[in-house]
Design a protein around this ligand. Structure first.
Ligand code: ZN
Length: 387
């Protein structure tokens, strides 16, 4: 038994916690607020509430609101230049995973020379060590999907390469998880994000590096999602369901650094790198049944798949395929069982290139899979998932 548990993030969890931001020991005097290009942070007043809190704490702030749902490296470089130019001494990510991940990457580039891809250890990235510590990062999450508020990871796209990066200095110093800010997420996005959180936990649970600590958070996260994701999708104003899903997501973030994702995420990143309009969670849902069927058939993870099926609510589970069945059931309950690759312009002719991209950009995750998954297997998983 062994594990390495390091979480240097203060996590403030609960309804109304955003209102306590001004009372926190903030890590600087001038913040770069990184948020999405979309209207929701302004429309629902979250940005104004954040700015009011910062004003109360006598912290100056500069706004950078250009982030796209699949965030791109150009905006990382632009945000970092703005932080340098305006002398910001910390970064706040406000929004979903894309805004918080961008905030982390901007924090790195605000204190370092060169291009962000110089530091990326995959694809055409140069994998150089980061010279200077990033600016401190504060995360305020308004979705329950990526778990980025509780892990060091940031996923940025450069052309057709969508790659995760992070190390102990890219953990947020402070994260606010306030389920009240998630009430306005529409049903389909609640489902996509909830399944992303679910897969962070299920992948982390099947990962060969899984351990007592990651298992604790993974199984709890899976059971919270099985219990409450359908209710949060059906009625976004259901406070108890939103809180369960938010907690499941934060726990899934902890799974992401105590254990970690496996190749389901590499395959999905290829899909959404080639088709940036495809939401990450939707891409995961599309490939999930074929992917987990492959693992079930491998015979490497029988006991763990049965435990995951039980955590999802299938109490009489006894076979690894029971997990795939429970997963399908949850997708039906959340109205996401009939997502189609073809609706996003994905074509079977791309499967070879997608498999190559998955192996080249995020090949490391295949090394922690519980079973061997080859290029041909990836193509087959994509074929089985296609409609
Ligand atoms: Zn994910």
């Amino acid at each position: 038994m062994s594990f390495d548990f390091y979480l240097p993030t203060r996590i403030l969890f609960g309804k109304g916690k955003l209102n306590e931001l001004s009372r926190q020991n903030l890590p600087g005097k001038k913040a770069l607020i990184v948020t999405s290009a979309g209207p929701s942070m302004k429309k629902y007043g979250y940005l104004a509430r954040l700015e009011e809190q910062l004003d109360k704490a006598n912290v100056e702030h500069v706004l950078f609101d250009k982030i796209l749902p699949n965030p791109i490296v150009e905006h990382v470089m632009e945000g970092a230049a703005l932080a340098k130019e305006r002398g910001c001494d910390f970064v706040i990510g406000l929004g979903g995973g894309s805004s918080i991940d961008s905030a982390k990457a901007i924090a790195v580039m605000a204190t370092n020379e060169g291009h962000y891809w110089d530091y990326i250890p995959g694809g055409s990235g140069k994998g150089q060590p980061v010279q200077s510590d990033p600016l401190p990062i504060v995360a305020i999450t308004t979705t329950a999907g990526t778990g980025t508020e509780a892990d060091p990871w940031t996923v940025i796209t450069n052309g057709k390469e969508k790659i995760g990066f992070g190390y102990e200095k890219t953990f947020p110093t402070l994260s606010i998880v306030d389920p009240e800010l998630m009430m306005t997420v529409p049903p389909h996005l609640t489902a996509y994000q909830g399944f992303d959180a679910l897969f962070h936990s299920t992948e982390g649970y099947l990962n060969i590096t899984a351990n007592e600590m990651s298992d604790l958070f993974a199984l709890k996260s899976i059971s919270l999602l099985g219990k409450s994701l359908p209710a949060a999708v059906a009625d976004g104003s259901n406070e108890a369901a939103r809180a369960d899903v938010a907690l499941a997501n934060t726990f899934a973030g902890i799974v992401e650094f105590t254990s970690g994702c496996i190749s389901e995420h590499s395959i999905e990143h290829a899909l959404s790198a080639f088709h940036p309009e495809l939401p990450h969670g939707a891409g995961l849902i599309m490939i999930s049944k074929a992917y987990y069927t492959f693992i079930a058939k491998s015979g490497t993870s029988d006991e763990r798949m049965v435990k995951m099926a039980k955590a999802l609510g299938k109490k009489d589970a006894s076979d690894p395929m029971d997990f795939v069945e429970a997963l399908h059931e949850l997708q039906v309950q959340c109205g996401v069982d009939s997502l189609k690759m073809s609706d996003y312009g994905i074509k079977p002719e791309e499967f070879e290139d997608l498999a190559t991209n998955a192996l080249e950009t995020m090949g490391g995750l295949f090394e922690v899979d519980p079973c061997k998954i080859t290029h041909a297997d990836i193509v087959q998983i994509l074929r089985d998932s296609y409609r």
